[in-house]
Design a protein around this ligand. Structure first.
Ligand code: ZN
Length: 161
């Protein structure tokens, strides 16, 4: 599913987000998204995307977010469209914390952006950055670096003043 970076999120028709937080036991906490959702990292092999270096601290923090947060998990899985059709068996794996090369995703993350907004990225975004050299927009890199890992998924973090 391709959406250009920084466009309004539309993958889910629902105005609700459903959070799972792997650190607290919150599972499937659903609420009406109190923020504008902005697309990041919805890549497709048939569409252009930006490759380039990213700060190591960004890549590390992004993996940390992916390890704890899952939003709008669904039953179906999405294979990475950028990987070869038949990746080696050890790369055909479920996404799981710390597994850099996972190339299958079934959910999203939310990263607070400017006031009243949150970046909405597929779980595959970590794989795109680490394994395909995807360079997201600087605003997303800054937002990830500013992410508070002590409050990874609490719906309250999205309630901006
Ligand atoms: Zn891939």
């Amino acid at each position: 599913m391709f959406y250009p970076d920084l466009t309004p999120y539309s993958y889910s028709a629902s105005d609700r987000d459903t959070f799972t937080d792997r650190t607290t036991g919150y599972r499937f906490v659903s609420f009406k998204a109190p923020y504008e959702r902005i697309n990041i990292g919805w890549l497709d092999a048939k569409e252009p995307w930006t490759a380039g270096p990213v700060p190591a601290a960004f890549a590390e923090k992004l993996q940390a977010i992916l390890a704890v947060q899952a939003v709008n998990e669904c039953l179906g899985y999405h294979d990475c469209d950028l990987c070869p059709d038949n990746p080696p068996a050890d790369e055909q794996t479920w996404r799981r914390p710390g597994h850099v090369r996972a190339c299958i995703g079934n959910g999203e993350i939310r990263v607070p952006a400017q006031q009243g907004a949150a970046f909405a990225a597929p779980l595959l975004v970590g794989h795109y950055v680490l394994d395909h050299g995807y360079q997201p927009p600087q605003d997303f890199i800054d937002a990830v670096l500013a992410f508070d890992l002590n409050r990874p998924s609490e719906p309250r973090w999205a309630s901006f003043p």
